[in-house]
Design a protein. Structure first.
Length: 464
């Protein structure tokens, strides 16, 4: 959708430029002389505003504000662990195919063979405060036609993607993890050994700590965590313009006012990618894309005043938009989880005494240091959320224009735009694990962020 819109805008620009050139901006091509010397004219005692076709193009150096700060992980953690005697037994479950079984580790926790310890819950190491506001290039095109008091115009706005990428080492990511149904253990419970750095007092095993297993919530710690955030925005608007005569508003010496009434479409898209390598859930990745499609009526006012070869103008716009939000998230947790496979060959003798051999396959999950109830790609997820809400868009433009030929101006300016009630991806990730079909998620309660886009412009305009 985004790239299709950009292509359509480019084709529209080319078509209107050709059409404008072909009509001579409302004049005869032989007589219009757009690059002739400046000859001031009068309009009720002041410079006469131009009429006919006009076209303007600006280069923009724009700054896009960063999303709100959000923790990369859940604020809820679990810290209970069990120190249990060996051996660990396995529960055999049919996997759904003939002679294939999934072997799941089981632990019986009771006061006679285990020792319970409460430790501090894991806390996520990082948040999104490393994402910054930054500048990026863009373009804006203004095309239209003025006749007398009336006019019609199209404005097209396109900002190039603003991408940031960061890599963090030894990053903890806490998850809000539910218990596996039918057990008192969470989906991230697993087995490891006492590492010698924890003080463990286990009755009867004070001198044989290494013979114990640690079974409990495995802290998720990635050896490296790559975070990428990409923001892009564009829009198009169609307006009817009414130009007041100088005598209609404040008098001739104060310049000229114009009012615009129209419809505007504005799109704000953000993509938040996280890729974690190594650790008990290596490799994991999640991609969250929020697309805000704003459309609604717009009203604008423009004031300009000319002094010699200089023209100064100010324009203010307001759009009351309906924001049709679409947020998508996909990814996988633990795509490289360690799994041990074992094949057992069984000898089978039939009633006639003939001997054949059949294979039985066992897949052991929950190897030491990894979650006990999931295997690679168990937590593959794809989520989608939508909402429609009111979003205000306020924009202000300031321009100073220097007339360099009879119809061509060099313009320089500043643009400031605020957009409210938009979804920003980094703020909407739900770090929860409630089951193999309910991993991660989209927090639709955090879909009311905002953005400030501002920056400087420089460009040319013809016959405006």
């Amino acid at each position: 959708m985004y790239h299709t819109l950009r292509t359509l805008k480019t084709l529209l620009i080319i078509a209107i430029i050709i059409a404008s050139a072909g009509t001579g901006f409302g004049q005869n091509l032989e007589t219009m002389q757009p690059f002739d010397m400046v000859v001031p004219t009068t309009y009720g005692g002041g410079p006469r505003p131009n009429e006919g076709f006009y076209f303007g193009m600006d280069f923009m150096a724009a700054w896009i504000s960063r999303p709100g700060v959000a923790t990369i992980g859940s604020d809820v953690g679990r810290g209970m662990v069990y120190y249990v005697d060996r051996p660990i037994t396995y529960d055999q479950q049919e996997k759904g195919t003939t002679d294939t079984y999934l072997m799941i580790p089981t632990v019986t926790v009771n006061p006679n063979n285990s020792y319970e310890v409460i430790r501090d819950a894991d806390v996520s190491s990082y948040d999104t405060s490393m994402l910054t506001s930054g500048w990026v290039c863009g373009q804006r095109y203004d095309i239209g036609y003025m006749w007398g008091h009336h006019g019609i115009g199209v404005s097209i706005y396109d900002i190039n993607p603003f991408t940031q990428k960061y890599t963090m080492e030894n990053a903890k990511v806490a998850f809000d993890v539910a218990d596996k149904p039918g057990t008192d253990h969470s989906w991230l419970h697993g087995i490891t050994t006492v590492n010698g750095t924890e003080s463990v007092v286990f009755p009867g095993n004070e001198n044989n700590v290494d013979s114990l297993y640690v079974y409990g919530e495995l802290g998720v710690k990635f050896s490296s965590l790559e975070v990428t955030n990409k923001t892009e925005t564009n829009g198009v608007e169609l307006n009817y313009t009414y130009r007041f005569m100088p005598s209609d508003c404040f008098g001739r010496r104060y310049g000229i006012w114009e009012m615009d009434f129209g419809i505007r479409y504005f799109q704000f898209r953000e993509e938040f990618d996280v890729y974690g390598k190594g650790g008990c859930l290596g490799d994991s990745w999640w991609n969250t894309v929020s697309q805000n499609n704003l459309i609604g009526p717009q009203i604008a006012a423009r004031y300009f005043r000319t002094a010699g070869r200089w023209t100064f103008d100010f324009q203010a716009k307001f759009m009351a938009a309906v924001n049709n939000q679409s947020i998508r998230q996909n990814g996988v947790l633990g795509s490289n989880l360690s799994t041990r496979y074992e094949t057992v060959q069984n000898e089978v003798t039939d009633d006639d005494g003939a001997t054949t051999y059949e294979n039985t396959y066992y897949e052991y999950i929950g190897m030491q240091g990894y979650p006990g109830y999931i295997n690679a790609t168990s937590f593959t997820f794809n989520h989608h959320g939508t909402d429609a809400l009111f979003s205000p868009v306020v924009e202000a433009r300031f321009n100073a224009k220097l007339q360099i030929t009879q119809l061509v101006n060099l313009r320089m300016g500043y643009t400031l735009m605020y957009v409210g009630n938009i979804a920003r991806s980094a703020e909407m990730v739900d770090y929860s694990i409630a089951g193999t079909s309910r991993a991660m998620g989209i927090n639709m309660n955090n879909n009311k962020g905002d953005s400030l886009v501002h920056g400087f412009t420089i460009g040319l305009e013809v016959n405006r």
